[in-house]
Design a protein around this ligand. Sequence first.
Ligand code: G16
Length: 542
Amino acid sequence: MLRTITTTPIEGQRPGTSGLRKKVATFQKPSYTENFLQSLFDVVQPDSGATLIIGGDGRFYNRTVIQQAIRLASANGYGRALIGRGGLLSTPAASHLIRKHGASGGLIFSASHNPGGPNGDFGIKYNTANGGPAPEAVTEAVYKRSLEIDRWLTLEAPDVDLDALGTSQVGGMTVEVIDPVTDYADLMEQLFDFAAIQKAVAEGFTMSFDAMSAVTGPYAIEILENRLGFAKGTVRNGTPLEDFGGHHPDPNLVHADELYRLMMSSNAPDFGAASDGDGDRNLIIGRHRFVTPSDSLAMLAANAHLAPAYKDGLKGIARSMPTSAAADRVAEALGIPCYETPTGWKFFGTLLDAGLVTICGEESAGTGSDHVREKDGLWAVLLWLNILAKRRISVDQLARDHWAECGRNYYARHDYEGIESAAADALMAELMGGLSALPGRSLGVLTVEAADSFSYSDPVDGSVTPNQGVRVIFEGGSRVVFRLSGTGTAGATLRVYLERYEPAEGRLDEETSTMLIELIEAAEAIAGIERHTGRSSPDVTT
Ligand code: G16
C-alpha cells in the first residue's frame, strides 16, 4: 500500500565531490535518508517504468538503506530495479550496468575509501543515465529540494531477500537481484588481451592484489584467479566486510602498507595492486617500484595501444588539475589533446560523452576510460597487466624507460586532516588575497612564475566552475597546489600537491622526498600552514 509520510527539511544534505557523505549516525537520524532519496527522486522525476540500478560497497548500513531505497523507488514510479546480490556493486560495475541496461540512473551506497562500521562513514551517490556521477546542476537541485521537502513516498512491503538471485515484485516495481560480477568481468574480457596475460601467468608471472576487505574482492577473485589463472591467494582480504576489517579501504602507501612492504621485500611478486572501498581507485606497485597515480596515467596512456580496446590509439587524455603534468607530455608526443579539469570524476563525463578523450586520471588514485563513466580500479590493474604481458618488461624498467623519454615528474601529496574549518578557510582566503604579489617572488632556489585560482570552463557545455584550488607555478615547470578536500566528514582537510619536473637528461633516479625539499619549504612560506593550522607536518603523505 502506498504511503505519504509528512516530513520537515533536515540540515546538512548538501552533496560534496562525490555525493552525500556523512557519519553513519547522521544517516540513521529519523527521515534523514528518506528525505534525501525523496529529494533526489523529486528532482530526477523518473519516467514511470524507468530502470534504477542499486548497489553499494557492502559497508555497514548498506542493507538497511537498500531496503528503504527499494520502497521509495517503487512508490516514486520506477518500473524495474536491478540490485547486486548481497547489496554489492562496485562503482565501475554500477556505471557499466546503467549503460548496459539503459537505466535512467543508479544509486551507489558508498563512502569510497573512508572507514566503515557503526562509527564510520556512509554515503549516497547518484549516477545519471550516461553512467557517470550526477553533474553539479543535479546535486544542487537535490540540495535545494531538500530544504523545502515536506513529504516522502513509500509503501508497505516486506524486505527483499538480497542474497538470493531472482525476481520479485515490490508494488508496481520488478526487483531483480543479479550477480554483481559477471557483466563487469565480461566487459573486462572484451577490453583486454586475456590470452596474453594468461600466457604470462602460465610462464610464471606473479602478482598480489589487496582488496582491502572491500567490494573488489569478488571481482578480483573472478577475474584474476578464475579467468586469468593467477594462483589462489593472489587476492588478499578478498571478502567484503561491513567495517573493512577496521581499516581505511584507501589504496595508498599508508593504508596499503602491508602490500607496499611485500613489494619492497625480497619475496615480492612481479606486480602488486590494491583497490578502495567501492572499487574505483587503484594502487600500482611493481617489484621494488611504486608508481604514482599521475605517472600511472601517463604510462598507461603511452602504452594503451597494446590493449585491444585501444589499439587504434587515444582521442585525448584528461587529468584533474592537481594531477602531475606527466600525462601532458605523453599527449604532446602522441599529438593528441590533454584537458585539465577540476577534481571530481564528473568533470570527465562531458569530455568522454563528446568523444574528446579516451583516458582520464586523477592523482587521488583514479584512472579510467570511455568504457564506463567512473574511474575503475580493476580496469587500471588489467591495463597494466596487459601492457606488461605484451612488452615483457618489469614495472621498474617500464618506468625508467618512460622517464628517459619524457622526463620525470617527482610528485607527492601532503594531507592535513581534521583541521578546523575556520582555520582552513582563513588559510585559503589569505592565499587567494596574496596571489597577485607572488609572480617574481624568490623562495630559496625557486622563483614563482605564475599563480592563480583555478577556474574551469567546460569545452563542451560551456559551464564555468571557479575556485578549484590555488596553483603556484615556478620557473622550470615545478608546482605547488593548495586545495581543500571535498570528501572528508570531520572538519577540513588541506591538500598540498607538490610536483617537480626533471627533464629526460636530468636527475631521474633520486628519492622523491629529497627532490621535493625546496618545494615543501616554499609551500610553507607561501601559505603559512603551521601558523594557520598549528601543524608542523602532514598527517598523510602519499
Ligand atoms: C572522489 C571523486 C574523485 C576525486 C576525489 C577527490 O573520489 O570521485 O573524482 O578525485 O573524490 O577527493 P578530495 O576532494 O577529498 O580530494 P572518491 O574515490 O572518494 O569517490
